[in-house]
Every structure is written in structure tokens, then in C-alpha cells.
Write a protein that binds this ligand. Structure first.
Ligand SMILES: O=C(O)COP(=O)(O)O
Ligand SMILES: [Mg+2]
Length: 222
């Protein structure tokens, strides 16, 4: 629709479009138990998510006293191998996600994913949930190389370019997202239902929403 002020909307994945913490938490627990550490309660995995898989496992292991680098690398590899086989066991879109994406697409808006997940996993999960066709591009934490994942602005700029350019807004759940959006200089919306590390109202987002059906009205009022 001509009155919609954005050409592109880019989304964070974990904790924004998808409820992924059960599969991520199970993969962390796989590595923790392999390393002789205690498994964490699955619901508390939400506290570990945001910076990508390595930071997630690092936090979980450091909470239990840490381990030496070589051992960490082995456990990290084991966690990724496990997650690669189980990323869609208990993962699902948040309520209203698919309808909201379809409404935006119906208005001619191009859609992007900008996640700190590995691109391969992001694509795999979206495919398993039959959501992949809705996105014009998927940028993962490893897509642009070291130091260029969120909170750096680069993946948002890259998404804008790959989607053909234009006015873009970014939607995310953690401070990594809001910092990336701010650094990129694009309107940024925070969601309250995801895996936030800071209080969503204190991240500095342009708007905060409590559910995905609120997104389009929030974008319209920016
Ligand atoms: O997997 C993570 O830790 C973060 O992924 P996200 O950027 O999609 O939230
Ligand atoms: Mg997230």
C-alpha cells in the first residue's frame, strides 16, 4: 500500500519471530552434560540467547566455573552438531507471526531476517516451518564475517541492499538488536515477549510491542 512508510522490514529470529529456546536449550544441555556440567532448566535458556551460539554456550559454561579453551571448542562443536539435527523439534513461530508477515507482503513490503544464528541454521529452521519463501533475504551471524554481526550495523545495511534498497525498519528482542538498529540509523522496534537481556522499555527502541499483531500499527505510527 502506498501509504505504508517502509519498503523493507527486517526481523531478528530467535525470540522475535520464533520461539526457539527449547531446541537451543536442549542443544546447550547436550554440550553441558557431555562436558560433565549440570544441565540448565530449559526455560532459563532464554537468558543465554542473543549473541549467537558461541556466546550462549560460553555463558552456560562460565556460570559453572568455565573450562579450558580446547575443551570448550569440542563441546561447542558437539552442541552445533546436535542443534543441526534438532533445530526444529520444539521450535514454532510466535502467535500472529505468519499472518503479520503475510499482511506485510500483501502490502508489497520486502521481508528480511537478520539473526545472530548461523545462516545455515536460520535457513534450516525457516524451511522446516515452511516460512522461508516469505523472506527476500536471510543474513546470519556468520554471513558477513567476524566482527560484523549484530550489534554491528552491517547486517541491517546488507539486508537493505540485498532487498533492493529503500526505507527499512528493524524488529528485535534483545539489546544486540536495538544497538544494531541504532547504529544502522534505522527505526527499531523491540518486542517484550522474547529473550531480552535488558528491559525492553530501556533499550532505546523507537517503539515497544507486546505481541506481533501489534507490529504493523506500531510501524504505521512511527
Ligand atoms: O541465537 C542467538 O543467540 C541469537 O539469534 P537472534 O539474533 O535471532 O536472536
Ligand atoms: Mg533474538
Amino acid at each position: 500500500m502506498a501509504d505504508f512508510q517502509f519498503d523493507i522490514v527486517a526481523f531478528d529470529l530467535d525470540g522475535t519471530l520464533l520461539e526457539t529456546h527449547r531446541d537451543l536449550g536442549t542443544a546447550v544441555n547436550h554440550a553441558l552434560t557431555l562436558g560433565g556440567f549440570l544441565a540448565v532448566p530449559i526455560e532459563s535458556a532464554t537468558d543465554l540467547i542473543g549473541g549467537g551460539a558461541k556466546i550462549m554456550l560460553r555463558r552456560a559454561i562460565d556460570d559453572q566455573g568455565g573450562c579450558e579453551d580446547g575443551r570448550f571448542r569440542e563441546l561447542y562443536k558437539a552442541m552445533l552438531a546436535y542443534y543441526g539435527k534438532h533445530f526444529a523439534d520444539h521450535t514454532q513461530p510466535f502467535p500472529g507471526a505468519v499472518d503479520m508477515l503475510d499482511t506485510l507482503r500483501g502490502r508489497g513490503v520486502r521481508l528480511a531476517v537478520v539473526t545472530n544464528k548461523f545462516e545455515e541454521f536460520a535457513r534450516g529452521v525457516l524451511k522446516a516451518l515452511d516460512m522461508h519463501d516469505r523472506f527476500d533475504c536471510v543474513i546470519g551471524g556468520d554471513t558477513l564475517g567476524k566482527g560484523r554481526a549484530k550489534p554491528a550495523p552491517d547486517p541491517i545495511w546488507e539486508a537493505r541492499e540485498r532487498c533492493g534498497g529503500g526505507r527499512i525498519a528493524f524488529v528485535g528482542d534483545s539489546s544486540y538488536d536495538v544497538r544494531a538498529g541504532r547504529a544502522a540509523g534505522v527505526p527499531t522496534i523491540a518486542v517484550t515477549f522474547g529473550y531480552h537481556d535488558l528491559h525492553p522499555h530501556e533499550m532505546g527502541a523507537d517503539a515497544v510491542i507486546d505481541s506481533l499483531p501489534e507490529l504493523i500499527p506500531a510501524l504505521e505510527s512511527l
